[in-house]
Design a protein around this ligand. Structure first.
Ligand SMILES: [Zn+2]
Length: 385
């Protein structure tokens, strides 16, 4: 089957068409939209600069603060202050040390209001969370997405070569400069017409919760597409950060079914993989019409187009197997693949608890988070004790 062509989505638009000040960029590589419209807010890199507005805030500067990529309140709420995450290079990093440099204004003024509204919605449950202002949600999730890449661009690939290559090259941060431009909405200097849907699509899923901290959180993203999935307690959300609402009306049997019962961690990863795969196959780059200048910009919401692509299990299997941390052959036999959710002719498949092990269809191994638990350690009823 043919794949739809996929371009890197969040490269800067090739041509910024400017309405009011009549300047039309004809350069092959356009200047950044920051330069063209925002004057003093630029995308800068490195440990001396605010990750959000670019202000120069070296260590010792009175304006310097640190921003936790996963906010402190969330780490405390989920008992994750002492937990760690494995990075691309396999090294563990404590969540509490996942911080980026941030100036006092961005941290204490522009982001803190968003943080407190998200925190109170989180405490009120999934309905309140899903009803958050779309701008707050976009900025909160978009800041985590960008903050993680920023953090990785600060860290050396190898501990023995502190000044050497970075975990993520700065070129990657540059390639997501349009996302960074959108984040300037936190300071009110970038906005879009119309307010809704805004840059992102959101998909909410109620999830099973647990008393055990390691079960209460999951985070997934994609280096090539601006997509994130985050599961915090009972709340699961997958956001496509730059498709201008295109995917929100999607009808897909497994995703529809996933909205009918609380998801097990394995199932949340499946919905993430499905939405990420569909976003990838239906992606088309957008030209953005931007007007403004003198420190302010308005983006005209582009026509998001249809959320349609070719479903090819061969390509999807790689993504799903990656999310479940198992070999592709364990979940796809070359013709048929599997779902843990149900739908599309299969009954819904809710799990009683997070201790249930979903087993790969074509191999006797558990799916993430139990991919490394040997079958000899499974209990008779297919759970881990
Ligand atoms: Zn700042």
């Amino acid at each position: 089957m043919e794949r739809l062509s996929l371009q890197k989505p969040h490269k800067p638009p090739r041509e910024l068409r400017v309405e009011q000040n009549e300047r039309v960029s004809t350069e092959l590589e356009p200047r950044s939209p920051h330069e063209q419209f925002l004057i003093d807010r630029v995308q800068r890199f490195g440990d001396d600069c605010c990750f959000l507005c670019g202000a120069h805030i070296p260590v010792g500067n009175s304006q310097r603060t640190i921003e936790h990529v996963f906010p402190k309140w969330l780490l405390h709420e989920l008992n994750m202050w002492d937990s760690s995450v494995n990075q691309i290079n396999g090294r563990a990093l404590h969540y509490r040390r996942l911080t980026v440099p941030c100036c006092l204004t961005c941290n204490g003024v522009d982001l803190s209001g968003i943080e407190s509204r998200v925190r109170s919605a989180y405490r009120d449950g999934i309905d309140a969370f899903a009803n958050l202002d779309r701008l707050d949600l976009f900025l909160w999730l978009g800041k985590i997405y960008y903050g993680l890449v920023y953090k990785e661009s600060l860290q050396p690939l190898s501990v023995s070569d502190q000044a050497g290559a970075r975990l993520v090259p700065v070129a990657h941060l540059e390639s997501i400069q349009f996302h960074h431009f959108l984040l300037q909405a936190a300071a009110g200097v970038v906005q879009w017409e119309h307010k809704s849907p805004g840059p992102a699509s959101f998909h909410f899923f109620e999830c099973l919760d647990s008393d055990e901290p390691e079960f209460r959180f999951d985070y997934l993203d994609d280096l090539m597409l601006p997509i994130i999935g985050i599961r915090i307690g009972k709340i699961g959300v997958v956001a496509i950060l730059q498709d201008w609402g295109r995917s929100e009306g999607v009808r897909q049997p497994q995703i529809d079914t996933a909205k009918s019962f609380p998801l097990h961690p394995t199932q949340f990863r499946e919905v993430y993989a499905r939405l990420a795969y569909m976003s990838e196959t239906s992606w088309s780059n957008q030209d953005h019409l931007i007007s403004g200048g003198n420190g302010f910009a308005t983006i005209m919401t582009p026509d998001p187009g249809d959320f349609a692509g070719t479903w090819d299990w061969k390509n999807f299997a790689a993504r799903l197997a990656g999310a479940w941390e198992v070999p592709e052959g364990a979940i796809f036999d070359g013709t048929n693949g599997m779902s843990t959710i149900g739908g599309g002719g299969a009954p819904p498949n809710p799990a009683e608890s997070m201790h249930v092990i979903f087993v790969a269809m074509f191999s006797k191994i558990g799916l993430w988070p139990y991919a490394n638990v040997a079958p000899s350690d499974w209990t008779n009823d297919g759970t881990v004790s």
